[in-house]
Design a protein around this ligand. Structure first.
Ligand code: CTP
Length: 415
């Protein structure tokens, strides 16, 4: 869409010993057909000079927010921190120091790199490199969580011997692996806009079923899968509404999100939006049971055993299966065993058009609920059977929509 044939990467170089590897990253990006422009922080220039990057990139290296001449309103450099990022198809910060990660997470803008970050709207990748203790520090990890929640691609550092003599995670990922990740992210950003004009309703996260005013029953769902599906539906041009249980993550920008707590609240929010939806995806981990009685006061501790009687919640997915008409309905299922057989059974029982069956427990080996990755099988009522290999949830969301889109197209052809 009006982008130059040769995609452009803005490379922001932070000030750490790994800054020297940024020159190699430029070469590896160029090997993959990218045009690179570099910006160096003041600290980066203590380790490596702008001249190196000017020679390698054959482009101007920006180092100052306020270059000489910036005060003149008609000078191009007065708005360079807007112009340069607007030209970029991807923004890669490598090496990203602990300080830079903190600045990016909090939106500071006190130099060219951090100001350009705020002006930039495309995919952002950060490749951290730092001492292992700095990497493990809760402040750094919290900043990374903020960035990930915002959709930033974090290229994990490698584990190994470091310049400081310590051993552990914190070493900048290999330049070629970093370049490959930039390529993967840009490839993923392309793709069909086959959901234009359609309205997609997605549930995400767990529900909370109260026991008393301070306690509840819930599950480990993080909302990541539902939010990844929402981001992908937005990218494909859909209007996206999310009904989400209590989660720490922020839903993707551009989606309308409504927050609920209990299965009953989720059911109501979903049913209200059913008539105006074309595709409904129940990615939420809805509680199957809730306490029959909710104590209106905090339950006091005693030496005796405490039994809480549970009653089933209403199965929203099954209800949607009865009410959906010609809308396309996608359910999720978590299975410890016989993934396909149980998945097919659930698909039919609940009247879904598709069901994403995920292995959980030992079979999942760390993927699935409350994890960055997922895997499974996409089963369709018309006999579709698509393997979903273990991968990040954004990639899996793409595969799910690739699998579901033909059914939506068929439906559109009918109406
Ligand atoms: N679901 C729902 N309403 C509920 C429970 C689950 O809509 N009260 C939806 C979930 O959003 C998900 C699917 O149903 O799309 C999961 O089905 P469920 O029967 O809960 O799966 P499991 O928990 O795996 O069930 P089972 O114990 O039958 O294996």
């Amino acid at each position: 869409m009006g982008k130059p044939a040769q995609p452009r990467v803005l490379l922001g170089v932070g000030g750490g010993i790994a800054a020297y590897k940024a020159a190699e990253i430029v070469r590896r990006l160029q090997d993959r057909g990218f045009r690179v422009q570099a910006t160096l922080t003041a600290a980066a220039q203590r380790f490596i000079t702008p001249l190196t990057f000017a020679a390698l990139t054959q482009d101007k290296v920006v180092t100052e927010l306020f270059e000489p001449g910036a005060a003149q309103p008609d000078s191009a450099s007065a708005i360079e921190h807007i112009e340069v990022p607007l030209r970029a198809d991807a923004f890669l910060v490598a090496p990203a120091t602990a300080d830079l990660l903190a600045k990016l997470a909090h939106g500071l803008a006190d130099d060219f790199l951090t100001t350009a970050h705020l002006a930039y709207q495309g995919p952002l990748l950060v490749a951290p490199a730092m001492n292992v203790n700095m990497w493990n520090h809760p402040a750094t990890q919290a900043n990374l969580a903020v960035l990930r929640g915002r959709g930033v691609h974090v290229i994990e550092p490698d584990e190994g011997a470091m310049a400081c003599g310590m051993y552990g995670p914190g070493r900048l990922a290999e330049p070629d692996a970093i370049a490959a990740e930039v390529e993967r992210v840009l490839e993923a950003g392309r793709g069909p806009r086959d959901l234009e004009g359609l309205s997609v309703l997605i549930t995400a996260g767990p529900t909370r079923e109260p026991v008393d005013p301070v306690r509840y029953i819930s599950n480990r769902s993080s909302g990541r899968m539902g939010f990844a599906l929402a981001a992908e539906a937005l990218r494909r041009g859909a209007r996206v509404r999310i009904v989400r249980g209590p989660v720490a993550l922020e839903p993707p920008a551009g989606a309308e999100a409504v927050a609920v707590e209990t299965a009953a609240e989720m059911r109501q929010a979903v049913l209200e939006r059913l008539p105006s939806s074309d595709l409904i995806i129940m990615a939420a981990a809805v509680a199957d049971y809730r306490p029959r009685q909710v104590a209106d006061r905090k339950i006091k501790k005693s030496d005796a055993a405490l039994a809480i009687e549970l009653e089933p919640t209403q199965d929203i997915l099954a209800e949607l299966g009865r009410l959906k008409g010609d809308r396309v309905l996608v359910g999720f299922a978590a299975e410890t065993n016989d993934l396909e057989a149980h998945g097919l059974d659930k698909l039919r029982r609940k009247g879904c058009d598709f069901l994403v069956a995920n292995p959980v427990g030992d079979a999942a080996a760390g993927a699935g609920m409350d994890s960055e990755e997922n895997q499974g099988l996409l089963l369709g009522a018309a006999g579709e059977r698509i393997e979903l290999p273990r991968e990040g949830k954004a990639a899996m969301a793409r595969r799910i929509f690739d699998g579901v889109a033909p059914a939506l197209a068929r439906r559109k052809a009918h109406v």
